[in-house]
Design a protein around this ligand. Sequence first.
Ligand code: NAP
Length: 488
Amino acid sequence: MSEPRVVVIGAGVAGISTAHVLQQNGFTDWVVLEKGSDVGGVWYWNHYPGLTCDVPSQIYQFAFAPKADWERVWATGPQIQQYHRDVVDRLGLRDRIRCDTEVLAAEFDDVSGTWTLTLNTGETMVADFVVCATGVLHNPSIPDIEGLADFDGDVVHTARWDDSLVTDGRRIAVIGTGSTGVQVVSALQPKAAHLTHFVRSPQWVLWAPMWLPQLGLVSEAFKRVPGLLDQTHRALLWASGILADVVTTPSWRRRAVQAYARLSLRAQVPEPLREGLRPDDEPLCKRQVVSGSYYRAVKARNASLVTEGISRVEPAGVRTADGALHEADLLVLATGFRAHDYMRPMRVTGRDGITLDAAWADGPRAYRMTAIPGLPNLFTVLGPNSPTGSISLQYSADLTAKYIAQWLDRFRRGEIDRVEVTEEATAEFNRQVAEAMGPTVWNTGCNSWYLTEGGGIDLWPFDRATMDRMLAAPDDADFHVRSTATRG
Ligand code: NAP
């Protein structure tokens, strides 16, 4: 037996899932490094006003740590962040997680077959395996708008919100119309002196009552009736399979959801405002935005919608292409993320000096979301092609972590000491992905963070059964596996 030294990078949904699997499988030499000051990942970094998860809480949770008494059907960001903290404490994972610890570089040594990690603390750490659980929506995308640095008021990106910012009574400009922009506009408009929403590309917004409480008797039933919480979670996972079908396969169900999106706009917004809010693309093509309050917010007297392009930012506000100056005291950038960075800016250098930047010059690419040619003994959880648009993230993180644990177990049993996915298997998986993207709604012609530099769509186009099958057990034929017996 040779216990693998494992470093997990990131303590968000993917990192907590991985930690739980390592713990459950009796691995003893592992640590989670987290650059933030607490666990939670996106839920730690994001705390902008209005942050709510548009996936119901009873499914947006770990199957191994179900919570009976969510306060709301769609929990708020702070409630979800608290849940992650509670799970880590309850499962006894806290001692394994080192916060405020960023991995700046990871380099594979061909001779020893180990990874050396360079940390922000000045330390180095040696690992047999690295698991990158670094998330997708992590690095804020700051728009390249002329004059941004000259703005006299406050500028803040939603993913790095400053809780001391005063928002009430101010003239607020918000740039961005994704899930974040819609939430922050809805939250800030009621108490703003004026709110201007800059909409470069409008998005379809599905109406849903996001404020709905989870009834006390439901929470009580979950606590008292044995198995009910678990069964409900399973039922919701099954139902989310239908949602995945809506985006992956053309059907009357897809058309019904799309009709509902169009109705949400038509029923709530009168012309001429509706014209500015009507997207050119199909509903569901981008990550679907869900809100019960956005249209109300932009219709308010103290709000204006600006669809004219931004030409520059000036000290007093935002100048649009038509020459108008939209004065503001606070500029909120809801401009999204560099979603394809994944573990970067960490510098990753694999076998034979192969760098991740070079390997991913045309966009992120992995085998079954988890293995990358040229990077032996390194895996990703919620890596490229993860189902951010369909299947439960917690489910796929858990499944991937269990898959990785099987490789670690073979190392522990002394069977193997090095494993690297082949280029052929990765190319074949990516060919299957590209083919399966054909009938998906994401392939109907829209521009979003789903698209990679190379023109691919960075999502999971298959159903959950396919994911189960692909990650059930490692297939040695797809890997260069070095057994300890042949090491020489
Ligand atoms: P996003 O969907 O990428 O949207 C970014 C927005 O910024 C777009 O409207 C984009 O316009 C606009 N933008 C960027 N640069 C601009 C510029 N120079 N001038 C004008 N507009 C500009 O980002 P996000 O809203 O942060 O959402 C990202 C993802 O986070 C979501 O899709 C979702 O997966 C996740 N999220 C989830 C929740 C939840 O409730 N579960 C909440 C928030 C976020 P264009 O479209 O024209 O490029």
